[in-house]
Every structure is written in structure tokens, then in C-alpha cells.
Design a protein around this ligand. Structure first.
Ligand SMILES: [Zn+2]
Ligand SMILES: [Zn+2]
Ligand SMILES: [Zn+2]
Length: 307
């Protein structure tokens, strides 16, 4: 899982930072996060982008009730934000912890005691438990019942001798497509049944699992499913394959698309109406930007010289 480690300092993208902070000062949280998402779409590893994502999510949490422009569920669950998120190792629930920001900058805490933390995390292996999962664990029977809760417990990960405590830092999400945005040629979306999703419905699912934004609608192909074929992996693959080959024939995907594809099967859950089958097709090799090809070639050359 790709996760974001906030460095002590970095080469700030000042224009981006200034613009997002202006929007936040005006309580325009949704526009601020849109700005961050657009930036991350072009540069998913951008430190300033991921840092401002954390800042925006934190500010929107406290300002949600009064903001004329609250952050939307779809924005907050974007796959582009996955590196700043913390995922529970038990129930896979996801949240954004502010602990990394509390350690950041001049005057930041060096040790941190968090009252009523949303979760606990192993300081060695980053095994994480959300508050609900932690409360389901059996309490120690040797501890007196009236004792204040000690916010620390041994890490349950096999072979780990660490402690679950705070801070809780980003872990990333296990369920996001790892392909870089600029190498995605197209995304084929089908769901259970004959009615293809609307673009609005498709975007809600796609942006959650694939690092694209609402601006990427032209890359998304919504297709009717075949009833009954969503039930197991082999029939799902069959359906995805026939959809991809159709798009190839229609000239909407380049030749050989099936060999460049990965399937994501998304079960119906919160904010999703039914099961979805998402097929992510990468661009064919050789369509990489010239600059990158040059950089790869010269890296190979210098490696050969060095070795
Ligand atoms: Zn920028
Ligand atoms: Zn949990
Ligand atoms: Zn551990």
C-alpha cells in the first residue's frame, strides 16, 4: 500500500499552497479539495498536494457544520487521497488522522498524547485498529474495572513486539488501483444488470478506486452488463473481456487492450447501489511521453557505464 510520509521540509509548491489556503480561509472546502485533487491527478506523488490534502480534510472536519461548501463524500473517498488515509487492519474502515500534522512544523509536539483517539497504531509495523475494533477486543481481566483506560496495547500482528498507541499515521488503502493516472487509457464500467450506469454513478465508483477525477469522464466507458455473469471470477472475466474487445473493435481502445487490463470487482456497499465490475486498461507501451523515454534510456546508459 502506498502511504504518505510527511517530510520535515520539502520544496513547496507555493502557488498551490497559497491558492488552497485562500479557499480554506473563505471556508470553501469543496473547491479547495477539488484544487488539490486536480493537482494530484497530474502529480500523484506531489508532497505539497498530499500535505494540502491532509490540511483540507482536517479543516473540513471542524468546519463541516458551518461551511457553505463542505467536502463531499465522493471527494474524500478519492483514490488519489489514499496515501494520506489510515485503514483499520481489522474492519478496513478508513479515516484521515490529523496526527501527522500535529507533529509537523515549528513548535510541533515531539511526544503526543491524544485523548480519545479514533484509533491506535503499532509504532513498529503500523498495524492499526479503529476505535470500534479496539472496543471489541476482550478487556484485561486483571485490570481493576474503575481504572482509567490506558491507551496502549500489545500489537496483535504475528511476530511483532510493538505497541498499539498514538500517533496514528497514514497507512494507505489496500483497495485502490496502483496504476499511475497518466498511464490509464480507459476504464470500462459495468454493473449487475442490463442498464449501464450513468456517468455520475460511474464516476462515484471509479474515482473511489482508480486515481482519476471527475474531469476524466471522457476516459470512462459505461456498458450494460450481462445478468448473472457477475457472480464468479471466471464469468466476470468473460464479460470484461467481451466488453474490452467490443471497445477495441469500435476503435475506442488500442489493439491488445485485454492484455493491458486489470479487473476490479467492487461489491455493493456504502454509497454504491450494486456490484460493479471496473476494468482499467493501461496505455500501450511506446506511447509514453518522449521525455520519460529519454530519461529511461539515459539512466540505462549511465547504469551500464557505472557497472
Ligand atoms: Zn502546482
Ligand atoms: Zn476497525
Ligand atoms: Zn506491530
Amino acid at each position: 500500500m502506498r502511504r504518505f510520509e510527511l517530510p520535515a521540509d520539502w520544496d513547496h509548491d507555493r502557488p498551490l499552497e497559497r491558492h488552497v489556503r485562500e479557499l480554506l480561509t473563505a471556508d470553501r472546502h469543496r473547491s479547495a479539495l477539488d484544487e488539490v485533487l486536480r493537482h494530484l491527478r497530474g502529480d500523484p506523488e506531489s508532497t505539497t498536494g498530499l500535505f494540502m490534502a491532509q490540511v483540507t480534510l482536517m479543516q473540513s472536519r471542524t468546519g463541516r457544520l458551518t461551511s457553505p461548501e463542505p467536502v463531499t463524500e465522493q471527494q474524500a473517498s478519492s483514490a488519489l487521497l489514499a496515501p494520506v488515509m489510515t485503514e483499520c487492519s481489522g474492519c478496513r474502515g478508513v479515516w484521515c488522522s490529523n496526527h501527522a500534522l500535529m507533529f509537523h512544523g515549528p513548535g510541533a509536539a515531539t511526544t503526543l498524547t491524544v485523548m480519545n483517539p479514533l484509533g491506535l497504531q503499532c509504532q513498529d509495523c503500523r498495524y492499526t485498529l479503529c476505535r470500534e475494533c479496539r472496543n471489541q477486543r476482550p478487556q484485561s481481566y486483571t485490570a481493576p474495572v474503575d481504572m482509567a483506560e490506558i491507551v496502549s496495547q500489545p500489537c496483535p500482528a504475528p511476530g511483532c513486539a510493538g505497541e498499539l498507541t498514538t500517533p496514528v499515521l497514514p497507512t494507505g488503502r489496500h483497495d485502490v488501483e496502483p496504476t499511475a493516472p497518466e498511464s490509464i487509457e480507459g476504464v470500462v464500467v459495468a454493473r449487475d444488470g442490463l442498464i449501464p450506469p450513468t456517468m455520475e454513478e460511474a464516476l462515484r465508483v471509479v474515482t473511489k478506486f482508480v486515481p482519476l477525477t471527475a474531469d476524466d469522464a471522457p476516459l470512462i466507458h459505461n456498458r450494460p452488463g450481462v445478468p448473472g455473469l457477475m457472480s464468479d471470477t471466471s464469468t466476470r472475466d468473460e464479460m470484461a473481456s467481451s466488453l474490452v474487445h467490443d471497445l477495441e473493435r469500435e476503435g475506442l481502445l488500442a489493439h491488445g487492450a485485454w492484455t493491458r487490463s486489470r479487473r476490479l470487482f467492487i461489491l455493493a456497499g456504502t454509497a454504491i447501489d450494486t456490484d460493479y465490475l471496473i476494468t482499467v486498461v493501461r496505455k500501450p507501451k511506446g506511447t509514453r511521453p518522449r521525455g520519460l523515454m529519454e530519461a529511461l534510456r539515459s539512466a540505462k546508459r549511465s547504469r551500464r557505464k557505472g557497472g
